[in-house]
Design a protein around this ligand. Structure first.
Ligand code: NAP
Length: 432
C-alpha cells in the first residue's frame, strides 16, 4: 500500500489524486488536506462566479473523491495543525498543491493606501473566500484603475461593470452583488505596461467585454500596430487582437460605463489624502526584446480604487525550499526534498489554464511511482487521524462537505446555484 498526502484541494491537488488512483488502483490511499472546510480551491474561490461552465469541472473532482482510496481532510492547516516534516514521516509521498493564492505586490509608492487592493483579495471577496469577506472595496467611483493585461484583469473589469441582471445564474456571494449594485464606478482603466500584441488575455474572455449591457470597451486606434503585423501572431492571440481592433472601431456609444484599455502605461505612484485619489502613470515603449521601458512622460488618472492584477505567488511553508524571485517552491521537475513534491502553480508559478494541471498531476505521480516503489509501510491515514485528534483538530470530511454544499444550495437566492457560506464557523456549523 502507498500512502500519499496532497496538500491543497484545488485542481492541481485533485488531478494528482486522480492520477494516483489511475496509476496504483487499490494499492494507494490519498489524503487531500485543505486548510478550509470546503474543497476545490481555485474552482470555488478563483474562477469567476459568472463562468459557471468552467466551475463545472468540480464534478470530475467529486467523482475522484467518491472512492475509498481518496479522502478529503478539510479544516487542517499544514504548518500549524500538522507540519510538513510530520506528514513526510507519515506518508510515502507528500505533494504540495497549494496553488498561488497570494498577490504579487505592486511595489510602488502609495500602494499601501486604502483603496489599493490586489486581485486575490478582490476576487476572494466576490467569490466568498473567508479571508476576504470583510474587504469592503471602495466602489464609490467614478474611476477605477485595474493594473495588468491578463485574464484576471479582464475578470475583475467585467465584474466591476456588470449589472445585477447579468449575474443571473452566477454564484457571486450576496455581499458582493449588493455592494456592486450600489457602485458608482463609471470608468475602468485597464493599464497595460506593454502593447496590444503583448496582452495575456484569451479571445473568449476578451470578447465577453463586447457584450456587456451597460459597459463598453474602448481602445485607442493609435495604440494598435499595423494590421499586417497581426499575421505574425499565433491564432489565439490574433483573435484577441481582432477583438481589440473591433473595440477600437466601436466609436462613441452612450453606455454608462467605459472599460478603457490604456496601453504602454505603467503605474509609478499612487497618491491620495488618506485613501487613493489618483494614479501617476508613466508612458512606456517597447525595447528590442519587447520589454517595457519608461519614457519619462507621466500623466494622472483620477480614481477611487486600484486593483492590481499582476500575478500571484505561492505562500512559503516553514522548512520547504522556496524560490523567492518566482514566488513558488524550489523544485526540480516537481521534486522538492526526499518524499516531498509540488505540483501545479506551486511548482510552475501562476500560468496556464485549469486543464494544464492535469498533465502536472500525472507527471508528479510518475515521479512518486519511480521514487517509492511499492511504498514503505508508513502509517498514513490512521497516523494522521491520531495526531490531529491528539491536538483537538476538528477534521471536516467529504461527507460533511456534501452537507455544507446542500445547505448552500438550499439558501441560494433565486436564479443562483448556491449561496456560499463566507465564515469558516458557518461552514462547520452547516455540516450539522
Ligand atoms: P498573467 O496572465 O500572468 O497576467 C499578468 C499581467 O500583469 C500581464 O499583463 C503582465 O504584463 C502584468 N504585470 C505584471 N507585473 C506588472 C507590473 N509590475 N506592472 C504592470 N503590469 C504588470 O496573470 P493573471 O491575469 O493573474 O492570470 C493567471 C493565470 O490564470 C493565467 O494563466 C490566466 O490565463 C489564467 N486565468 C484564466 C482565466 C480564464 O481562462 N477564464 C481567468 C483568470 C485567469 P507583462 O506581460 O508585461 O509582464
Amino acid at each position: 500500500m502507498r500512502h500519499i498526502a496532497v496538500v491543497g484541494s484545488g485542481p492541481a491537488g485533485y488531478y494528482t489524486a486522480e492520477a494516483a488512483q489511475k496509476k496504483f488502483g487499490d494499492d494507494v490511499r490519498v489524503d487531500i488536506i485543505d486548510r478550509l472546510p470546503v474543497p476545490y480551491g481555485l474552482i470555488r474561490f478563483g474562477v469567476a462566479p459568472d463562468h459557471q461552465s468552467i466551475k463545472g469541472v468540480y464534478k470530475r473532482y467529486e467523482s475522484v473523491n467518491l472512492s475509498d482510496n481518496v479522502r478529503f481532510v478539510g479544516n487542517v492547516l499544514v504548518g500549524k495543525d500538522v507540519s510538513v516534516d510530520e506528514l513526510t514521516r507519515l506518508y510515502d509521498a507528500v505533494v504540495l498543491a497549494t496553488g498561488a493564492p497570494n498577490d504579487r505586490p505592486l511595489d510602488i509608492p502609495g500602494s499601501d493606501l486604502p483603496g489599493v487592493i490586489g486581485s486575490a483579495a478582490f476576487v476572494g471577496w466576490y467569490n466568498g473566500h473567508p479571508d476576504f469577506a470583510d474587504l469592503d472595496p471602495l466602489l464609490a467611483g467614478p474611476g477605477a484603475v485595474v493594473v495588468g493585461n491578463g485574464n484576471v484583469a479582464l475578470d475583475v473589469s467585467r465584474i466591476l461593470a456588470k449589472t445585477r441582471a447579468e449575474f443571473e445564474g452566477a454564484d457571486i456571494v450576496s455581499h458582493a452583488l449588493d455592494a456592486l449594485d450600489h457602485s458608482g464606478i463609471k470608468r475602468v482603466t485597464l493599464l497595460g505596461r506593454r502593447g496590444p500584441h503583448q496582452i495575456a488575455m484569451t479571445p473568449k474572455e476578451l470578447g465577453e467585454l463586447g457584450h456587456l449591457i451597460r459597459a463598453k470597451p474602448a481602445v485607442d486606434p493609435a495604440d494598435l500596430p499595423p494590421l499586417a503585423d497581426d499575421a505574425l501572431l499565433e491564432p489565439g492571440m490574433r483573435k484577441s487582437v481582432t477583438h481589440l481592433r473591433d473595440f477600437a472601431a466601436n466609436g462613441v456609444d452612450p453606455k454608462d460605463i467605459t472599460i478603457e484599455f490604456d496601453f504602454f502605461a505603467s503605474p509609478v505612484a499612487i497618491e491620495g489624502d488618506g485613501k487613493v485619489e489618483r494614479v501617476i502613470v508613466e508612458r512606456t515603449r517597447l525595447d528590442a526584446d519587447l520589454r517595457s521601458v519608461g519614457t519619462g512622460e507621466t500623466y494622472v488618472i483620477p480614481c477611487g480604487l486600484v486593483i492590481s492584477c499582476i500575478g500571484y505567488q505561492t505562500p512559503p511553508i516553514h522548512g520547504v525550499p522556496y524560490e523567492h524571485g518566482r514566488g513558488r517552491f524550489a523544485n526540480s521537475e516537481g521534486r522538492v526534498l526526499p518524499g516531498l513534491y509540488c505540483v501545479g502553480w506551486a511548482r510552475r508559478g501562476p500560468t496556464g489554464t485549469i486543464g494544464t494541471n492535469r498533465p502536472d498531476g500525472f507527471s508528479v505521480v510518475d515521479l512518486i511511482a519511480a521514487d517509492i516503489g511499492d511504498g514503505a509501510e508508513r502509517e498514513g491515514r490512521p497516523g494522521l487521524d491520531a495526531l490531529l485528534a491528539g491536538r483537538g483538530v476538528d477534521i471536516v470530511t467529504f461527507r460533511d462537505w456534501k452537507k455544507i454544499e446542500q445547505a448552500e444550495i438550499a439558501r441560494a437566492r433565486e436564479g443562483a446555484p448556491r449561496e456560499k457560506f463566507v465564515a469558516v464557523e458557518d461552514m462547520i456549523a452547516a455540516r450539522g
